[in-house]
Write a protein that binds this ligand. Structure first.
Ligand code: TPP
Ligand code: MG
Length: 277
């Protein structure tokens, strides 16, 4: 319970603003991934706006903290936060998913200021993030790498190779978030491929395992503080989330994984979020 109430309200309002902007953007381009973007909104916002040592004016600053959106389809959530912080002009958001735009449907390290790793093919972010964390250790940088994983994503075998390596190399500057919304592209995890006891699985791979409410900015912030206290092990924070969070008819529905928002759904979503169309 370390966050001032005023700051908590600021961050919550920012997330509401991002949800409104997300719906505007995805409606305007008639494509994109609403469900997974809404699910990780508080995690990405809290990390970037509260926890990470970064400088939008100097995105390659030596010793900065790193962020890897391993579930790359949630790129719009990340773009909204990066634009708000000034990594690139907010005007550019309108170019989302256009050919030659700097804002592709999935994060691209060569195009977008602030992006540390190109992602989209699921399962690669944890190992790459581990490499960044270990490089920081070699350089003597006191920096953290944060990786956000989807719960469907961790069905990929490569994730567990990364998990094994991170504990072997004692990467205590690697903090992963599991966006644990229980839903993947085609259904629930229970229907498609149950992951069983997540806490026990990660612990058995040698990780420090924490949990948090993934839609509560204070709970997320506290979990990061707790993770930083753990020495000699990487940490995974299992964040309880809701896919499509904030828009009732999208919540918990795999059908909203990657569906265009039509005019009627747009009006209903905006009415719920309290924003003007
Ligand atoms: C290797 C790979 N296989 C399949 C896909 C297609 N795909 C994109 S998102 C997704 C579901 C991801 O579910 P989850 O990780 O739970 O994400 P979230 O619920 O947070 O949106 C799939 C199968 C992909 N991007 N990469
Ligand atoms: Mg999921």
């Amino acid at each position: 319970m370390n966050m001032q109430n005023e700051r908590k309200v600021e961050l919550q309002n920012l997330c509401l603003q991002f949800r409104n902007e997300l719906v505007d953007l995805l409606h305007s381009i008639q494509t994109g991934h609403p469900g997974g973007s809404l699910s990780c909104m508080e995690i990405v916002t809290t990390l970037y706006c509260e926890k990470m040592n970064i400088d939008p004016k100097n995105p390659k600053m030596e010793g900065r903290d790193r962020f890897v959106l391993s579930k790359g389809h949630a790129a719009p959530a990340l773009y909204l936060v990066l634009a708000e912080l000034g990594f690139f002009p907010k005007e550019e958001l309108k170019t989302l998913r256009q050919i030659n735009s700097n804002l592709q449907g999935h994060p691209c390290v060569h195009k977008t200021s602030g992006i540390e790793l190109s992602t989209g093919p699921l399962g690669l972010g944890l190992s790459a993030g581990l490499g960044m964390a270990l490089a920081d250790k070699l350089k003597g940088n006191n920096a953290y790498t944060y990786v956000v994983l989807g719960d469907g994503e961790i069905q990929e075998g490569a994730v567990w190779e990364g998990a094994l390596s991170a504990s072997k190399f004692k990467a205590d500057n690697l903090i992963a978030f599991l966006d644990n919304n229980g839903v993947q592209l085609d259904g629930t995890l229970e229907e498609i491929m149950p992951m069983g006891d997540l806490k026990a699985k990660w612990a058995s791979f040698g990780w420090n395992v924490l949990d948090c409410d993934g839609h509560d900015v204070e709970s997320i912030s506290d979990a990061v503080d707790e993770a930083k206290k753990c020495k000699g092990k990487p940490t995974i924070i299992i964040a309880k989330t809701v896919k499509g969070k904030g828009i009732s008819f999208m919540e918990g529905k795999n059908t909203w994984h990657g569906k265009a928002i039509n005019d009627e759904d747009y009006r209903n979503a905006k009415a719920e979020l309290g924003g003007a169309c």
